[in-house]
Design a protein around this ligand. Structure first.
Ligand code: ADP
Length: 202
C-alpha cells in the first residue's frame, strides 16, 4: 500500500497516518517529523530548515525531495509507505511521480482530509496545551503567527496538489471534522473502495 495523505495543518494527517502505518505494517513517512529530527540533530539540512520551519514557511523542494528520495529507497519502505506532509507543492508531486516511475512503483491511493479552516487554529492550540501539560516541548511553529503563515502556504502552494491528483481522477476525500475513530473508519471505507492501482502521470 502506497498512500498519500493530504490536508491543511492541523487536519489530523499525522494521527491517521500513524494508525494506517500500524494497520498495514508500513512506515509513516512524515517530512515534518524528519525535518524536526534533522533540526534536533543539528545536521546541515536541519540548520538550513530551522528558521523557515519556525516561521511557518516551506522548506525548499530540493531539500524535502532529497529526503524523501533517500527514505523511500530504504528497506522498510519496500512494501509500501504512507506519506504525511509530502508532497506539499505541485513541484514536489511531479518529483514524486518521477521517483516512483524510476523505481517502477505506483501509488495506491491519495486521500485528502477536509476540514473547516476555522477549526484548525483551535486544534493546534489544543495540541500545544496538551503537550505542555504532559511536560513536552511545544513545536516552535504551533503559535498563532506561524500558524497563519502555514495556512497561507497551504492555500497557495499545497491546495493545488489536491487539484493535481483530482485531475487524474485519483483523489479520495474524507471528512476530517469527525471524531478520530470515525475519520479512521471513513478512511478504511475509502481505501477498500479504491480500484486497481493507477500509474504515475506522464
Ligand atoms: P503541519 O502539517 O502541522 O503544518 P508538519 O509537521 O507536516 O506540520 O510540517 C512542519 C513544517 O515542516 C512545515 O511548516 C514546513 O516548514 C516543513 N515541511 C514539512 N514537510 C514539508 C514539505 N513537503 N515541503 C516543504 N516544507 C515542509
Amino acid at each position: 500500500m502506497r498512500l498519500i495523505l493530504l490536508g491543511p495543518p492541523g487536519a489530523g494527517k499525522g494521527t491517521q497516518a500513524a494508525r494506517l502505518a500500524a494497520k498495514f505494517t508500513i512506515p509513516q513517512l512524515s517530512t515534518g517529523d524528519m525535518l524536526r529530527a534533522a533540526v534536533k540533530a543539528g545536521s546541515p539540512v536541519g540548520m538550513k530548515a530551522k528558521a523557515v520551519m519556525d516561521s511557518g514557511g516551506l522548506v525548499s523542494d530540493e531539500i524535502v525531495v532529497g529526503i524523501i528520495a533517500d527514505r523511500i529507497r530504504e528497506a522498510d519502505a519496500k512494501n509500501g509507505f504512507i506519506l504525511d506532509g509530502f508532497p506539499r507543492t505541485v513541484a514536489q508531486a511531479r518529483a514524486l511521480d518521477e521517483l516512483l516511475a524510476a523505481m517502477r512503483m505506483q501509488l495506491d491511493a491519495i486521500v485528502e482530509l477536509k476540514v473547516d479552516e476555522k477549526a484548525l487554529l483551535g486544534r493546534i492550540e489544543k495540541r500545544a496545551a496538551e503537550t505542555l501539560a504532559a511536560g513536552g516541548a511545544v513545536r516552535a511553529d504551533d503559535n498563532p503567527a506561524s500558524f497563519k503563515v502555514r495556512l497561507d502556504a497551504y492555500r497557495e502552494l499545497t491546495a493545488p496538489v489536491s487539484a493535481y491528483y483530482a485531475g487524474r481522477g485519483t483523489l479520495k476525500t474524507v471528512d476530517g471534522m469527525l471524531a478520530i475513530d470515525a475519520v479512521s473508519s471513513a478512511m478504511d471505507a475509502q481505501l477498500k473502495a479504491e480500484p486497481a492501482a493507477f500509474g504515475a502521470a506522464k
